[in-house]
Design a protein around this ligand. Structure first.
Ligand code: ATP
Ligand code: MG
Length: 399
């Protein structure tokens, strides 16, 4: 079967009217980038796009399209001659891939009204031919397992039957920028991918506390950022903040049961300043209501009190197993479960307060001047980008 086009259906772009052009332009740019290694042409229209394959393998091109935000689904399309024989041959070719007891339906769109067969002629002819030639299939016009789509146009007939679901949402870059707080855990990478679905571009921040946290733990976060970058076709910059001094000071000065709250507050203060610097409009984290002591409503209230920035928590109400499933689907799970300690795990208090009051936390914090340490941490941020790392690797291999 020669597929020569891929039909691309838009996600939430179709809900846009006034500024749809801007969304389509962004999607086009993202598709161009994701398909830069292929010899293809991209044609974006008001309600759908086509990729002309020019002899490229359709499965590889579709795999590259599947991860692009803003695409709802894709279908490989065969362009055939405008003859009954060509339609029959193609329909049987599709039907041969269906399961034995499956049902199907022929769906016809006749854009060229001058074609010598009308819609029901084509339906009857192809339905009958498939039933005769592919045993055990049945016709079901209401809830078929498969639809064989036939589009009759002036220049050719287009046929397809597969619809591969993609991410949907909006093209990255159309929703502004946010700063993702990424730990090495399961939740935060998933939270990042969820906001990217809505077209949000990301930078990421990670707090590490060497020598208490190992280089492998930081490496693991870089790997997670690499996965996120690759999956979304963007270059997510990671800011690595040295957090040891702040964390040991918290350990020395703040009562054990409140130390988690203060640690989180300090992380958020630094994240906010960084977000302002990089022009991000929100902070994203992987918090999940009730999961651990630091994620009760009272804890979130006490932690959130240090910032006026919107803090987005896309996983807030999900079940843990749902998040795990998402992580597996996104390809972050295997890396997230590697056993390297996070700074929060190492300094974990024995019995953290599940209801820390802001007033009390502030009282203890007022005994320490954290500001110079915060500034020092901000001044010593180390930056990592997957793209830069790739370039350097390529350069090193030349030496
Ligand atoms: P995760 O699986 O994302 O680590 P978690 O369920 O383990 O989440 P916590 O460890 O309590 O939850 O962290 C809650 C959120 O705080 C994380 O999802 C992440 O957004 C942020 N966070 C925690 N530790 C760090 C860190 N070292 N650097 C940056 N962000 C962090
Ligand atoms: Mg964690």
């Amino acid at each position: 079967m020669i597929y020569d086009h891929i039909l691309v259906r838009y996600g939430e772009i179709t809900l846009k009217t006034k500024n749809r052009k801007m969304f389509i332009r962004a999607l086009r740019e993202n598709m161009k980038r994701a398909l830069s290694d292929f010899n293809v042409q991209i044609h974006t229209q008001w309600d759908r796009a086509y990729v002309t394959l020019q002899d490229e393998d359709h499965t590889a091109v579709m795999a590259a399209l599947e991860n692009i935000n803003g695409i709802l689904s894709v279908s490989p399309i065969a362009k055939i001659e405008r003859t009954e024989a060509a339609m029959k041959e193609t329909a049987v070719h599709f039907a041969d891939t269906f399961g034995t007891e499956d049902t199907f339906k022929i769906e016809v769109r006749r854009t060229d009204k001058t074609y010598h067969l009308n819609t029901s002629d084509i339906q009857r002819m192809l339905g009958g031919y498939v039933l005769e030639n592919v045993p055990h299939l049945g016709v079901d016009v209401k809830k078929p397992d498969h639809q064989i789509m036939v589009e009759v146009r002036a220049e050719a007939i287009y046929m397809y039957h597969e619809v591969i679901q993609c991410i949907g949402g909006l093209p990255i870059g159309t929703g502004g920028k946010a700063l993702l707080m990424i730990s090495g855990g399961i939740d935060s990478p998933v939270a990042g991918l969820e906001v990217m679905k809505k077209g949000v571009e990301l930078e990421a921040v990670h707090f590490h506390s060497p020598p208490y946290t190992s280089p492998q733990a930081t490496e693991k976060v870089k790997q997670l950022v690499d996965i996120l970058s690759r999956r979304t076709g963007t270059d997510i910059k990671l800011h690595i903040v040295p957090f040891t001094e702040l964390q040991t000071t918290v350990h020395d000065w703040i009562p054990d049961n409140m130390s988690m709250t203060t640690t989180r507050r300090l992380m958020l203060i630094i994240a906010e300043r960084l977000a302002e610097k990089i022009n991000a409009k929100a902070i994203v984290n992987g918090e999940n209501l009730g999961q651990v002591a630091s994620q009760t409503l009272t804890s979130m209230h006490a932690i959130n009190a240090v910032t006026n920035f919107p803090v987005l928590r896309p996983l807030l109400t999900l079940e843990k197993n749902e998040i795990v499933e998402m992580a597996k689907k996104f390809g972050t799970y295997e890396t997230s479960v590697l056993p390297y300690e996070d700074c929060c795990t190492i300094f974990k208090p024995k019995a953290p307060k599940t209801r820390p009051e802001v007033g009390k936390v502030e009282k203890f914090e007022s005994k320490v001047d954290f500001e110079p340490m915060i500034e020092k941490a901000l001044a010593n941020i180390e930056c990592y980008s997957a793209l830069e790392a790739e370039k350097n690797e390529a350069f090193d291999s030349l030496l």
